[in-house]
Ligand binder design. Sequence first.
Ligand SMILES: O=C(CO)[C@H](O)[C@H](O)COP(=O)(O)O
Length: 234
Amino acid sequence: MNWNSNLINNLEWADKIINIEGKQKVAAEIAAKVKDGDIIGVGSGSTSYLALVAIAQRVKDEKLNVKAIPTSVELSMFCAKLGLPVTSLYEHKPDWLFDGADEVDPDKSLIKGRGGAMFKEKLLISSSAISYIIVDESKMVNKLGAKFPVPIEVFPQALPYVEKELKSLGATEIAIRPAKGKDGPIISENGNLVLDCKFDEIGKSFERDIKSITGVIESGLFIGYELNIVMAAN
Ligand SMILES: O=C(CO)[C@H](O)[C@H](O)COP(=O)(O)O
């Protein structure tokens, strides 16, 4: 068993990753982009984890000087475990980043945030010169919202107001994301609630419309960003 597979086997969700071989192949392609001195933004989720493992392997083998900016506590812990030095947006701007997505439409717009990390993920994508989004065929949709609701991070006391505003934007279902392993709602890494919101139609202005509601920290809609979609073969 090599170094990579040891780490992957240690993950509690390793056996749940769909199309692991295809994603590992793409992870190797992403790792091949690493240059000495790079500052790399690290997205959250299982696909990002596979890319991180491949990058850490290259860094270790070739003794590269690379720093990561993780988008969640989970990925920060993985960076530590993999021996990848971590930095922050205070000190560095990412040269490039990789991340996953829950849905990708034909215009390369995304829904992200199954892991609840969309605020930091959007901050990193907005701060980075180049963004690689790793997906497979299962993430491709004709229309955003086809498979996933839109995650929205909300300041807790703003909940009644935000719900009212989301309904007037056309939300047909609004669910407060429940925690696992704790009673009550999930609390994001920024101390907020996460709503999962369904809309019949997601218009081009929706990302801006949702963000303009006082109390909304961020949504998982990524519309009109310059993204490189990297597809894992099935
Ligand atoms: O946005 C995310 C986390 O907030 C993830 O990138 C997205 O949920 C995809 O995850 P996975 O690679 O595990 O399918």
